[in-house]
Design a protein around this ligand. Structure first.
Ligand SMILES: Cc1cc2nc3c(=O)[nH]c(=O)nc-3n(C[C@H](O)[C@H](O)[C@H](O)COP(=O)(O)O)c2cc1C
Length: 190
């Protein structure tokens, strides 16, 4: 699949299952490879990834459910735990602070850049999963879940949680998206 095709095929998949059409080790390898390939500001390498799979996938979503003390419906949580795994995206605050000290004139930009680099990685992996025939969605239960999730997974204090990406086998395709006039958003000059 070409990059454009993988991007076109990437959608928000809520209806997922544990069985995936690829070896889980291939998924893990793709995640490692894309984390190396995706760029970031000053080449600071601030992104951190933790992937919950197998039993930890269920424990993670139980923990997220508990963190909300009933404010998020169990069915919603179960729709994510039904997947094969969840990719947790973090950036390392210590790395960001080191760069802020080295380049004080850009200090306020580094946390923004760390988030942007994470977003680039999120899209790359989201598309990479789809290329393997796997569906995913992007969730933001942070910051409510941060403390409990960090305890569960023994995550270093300096890691800032940015997003959660549950993934799994595709049960059903989402509805097609409405297309809009792209000229409203892109203007070519010259
Ligand atoms: C930065 C960002 C944050 C998002 N946060 C959530 C979220 O918290 N929960 C969710 O269900 N979808 C979330 N989404 C998914 C979008 O709603 C979805 O990508 C958009 O509606 C387009 O649909 P598509 O992914 O099927 O193309 C997020 C997407 C982006 C890019």
């Amino acid at each position: 699949m070409k990059t454009t095709e993988a991007l076109r095929a990437r959608r928000t998949y809520y209806n997922i299952k544990k069985e995936i059409p690829a070896d889980i080790e291939k998924v893990n390898e793709m995640i490692r490879e894309l984390t190396e390939l995706v760029p970031d500001a000053f080449n600071m390498k601030s992104s951190r990834i933790v992937v919950a799979e197998g039993e930890m996938q269920d424990r993670l979503w139980d923990t997220i459910y508990e963190a909300f003390a009933g404010k998020v419906k169990r069915e919603k949580i179960d729709s994510f735990s039904r997947g094969a795994g969840t990719i947790l995206y973090f950036y390392d605050r210590e790395t960001v602070e080191r760069l802020q000290k080295s380049f004080p004139e850009y200090a306020q930009n580094f946390p923004v850049w760390a988030n942007q680099a994470s977003a680039m990685l999120q899209l790359a992996i989201w598309s990479g999963l789809r290329e393997l025939g796997i569906g995913a969605s992007l969730q933001h239960y942070n910051p409510v879940i941060d403390k409990k999730v960090k305890e569960l997974l023994d995550i270093p204090k300096s890691y800032e949680l940015v997003a959660q990406m549950p993934f799994g086998g595709i049960v059903s395709e989402p509805e097609p998206k409405e297309r809009e006039d792209i000229a409203k958003r892109v203007r070519i000059v010259g």
